[in-house]
Design a protein around this ligand. Structure first.
Ligand code: ADP
Ligand code: 5GP
Length: 205
C-alpha cells in the first residue's frame, strides 16, 4: 500500500468522537485506532492502554525530547500526543487508522501526512452539545465551562476539514463516516495501491 488511509475525527468535546469511533471499530474490527498519550487524569471507567496511555508530565516531555510524537497539542490545559509508532504500525499492516485528535493535531497531521482524510463531527445544535457534555457527567463545572469555550474556537476551524458530518442520530452519523471511508478507498490513487484493479484489463484483447 503506497497511500495509507489515515482518518482524523475531530469535534468539540462532547461532539461524539469516542462514541462514533467505538461504533466504527465494533463494526469493522480491522480498523486500527491511534491510541494517544495524555497527561490528563483518567476518568471513571477509562483504562490505561484502552482509552489513552495516561502518563506523567515529565514522561510526556521525554517523548517530545526523543521526537517520538508525530504531533502533540495542549487541549483544555492538558497535553495529548500521537506516537509516531501508531502510524508506522498501521502502514506496515496496511490497515485503516482512526485518530481522535483536536483541531491543532489535525492540522499538524495533515501537514506531515497530506493524504490523511479529516472529518469534523458537528453537534446538531449548541444546546444539544451542552446537554450531551453535561449528561456525560465527566467534568466539573469549571472544566465544562472551559471545554465549551474551547468548542467555540474549534468550530471556527471547521473549514480546514475535508468532510462535515452532523452527529444527530448516532447510526446515521456512523453510516456517513463509513461512506466517507468507502469513497476514499475508491479513489484511483488508493485503488492502485490496494491493488484492486486487474492490470490485465488494460492489456487483454
Ligand atoms: P467526545 O468523545 O467527542 O468528547 P463522546 O463520544 O464522549 O464525545 O459523547 C459525549 C456524550 O454524548 C456521551 O455521553 C455520548 O454517549 C453522547 N452521544 C454521542 N453521540 C450521540 C448521539 N448521536 N445521540 C445522543 N447522544 C450521543
Ligand atoms: P478528552 O480529554 O475529552 O479525551 O480529549 C480532549 C481533546 O483532546 C479532544 O479534542 C481529543 O480529540 C483531543 N486529543 C486526544 N488525543 C489527542 C492527540 O493525540 N493529539 C491531539 N492533538 N489531540 C488529541
Amino acid at each position: 500500500m503506497g497511500i495509507p488511509l489515515n482518518v482524523i475525527i475531530s469535534s468539540p468535546s462532547g461532539g461524539g468522537k469516542s462514541t462514533v469511533i467505538r461504533r466504527l471499530r465494533r463494526k469493522h474490527p480491522e480498523f486500527m485506532y491511534s491510541l494517544s498519550v495524555t497527561t490528563r487524569k483518567k476518568r471513571k471507567g477509562e483504562r490505561d492502554g484502552v482509552h489513552y496511555h495516561f502518563i506523567a508530565p515529565d514522561e510526556f516531555q521525554e517523548l517530545i525530547d526523543r521526537d517520538e510524537l508525530l504531533e502533540w497539542a495542549e487541549v483544555h490545559g492538558e497535553r495529548y500526543g500521537t506516537p509516531r509508532a501508531n502510524v508506522a504500525e498501521a502502514y506496515r499492516r496496511k490497515r485503516i487508522l482512526l485518530f481522535d485528535i483536536d483541531v491543532q493535531g489535525a492540522a499538524s497531521l495533515k501537514h506531515s501526512e497530506p493524504s490523511a482524510v479529516s472529518i469534523f463531527l458537528l453537534p446538531p445544535s449548541w444546546s444539544v452539545l451542552k446537554q450531551r457534555l453535561e449528561a456525560r457527567g465527566s467534568e466539573t463545572t469549571a472544566r465544562l465551562k472551559k471545554r465549551l469555550e474551547t468548542a467555540r474556537w474549534e468550530l471556527t476551524r471547521i473549514s480546514e476539514y475535508d468532510y462535515w458530518i452532523t452527529n444527530d442520530q448516532l447510526s446515521a452519523c456512523v453510516t456517513d463516516c463509513e461512506t466517507v471511508i468507502r469513497a476514499e478507498l475508491l479513489t484511483r490513487e488508493r485503488q492502485r495501491d490496494f491493488g484492486r484493479i486487474d492490470k490485465r484489463l488494460l492489456t487483454d484483447k
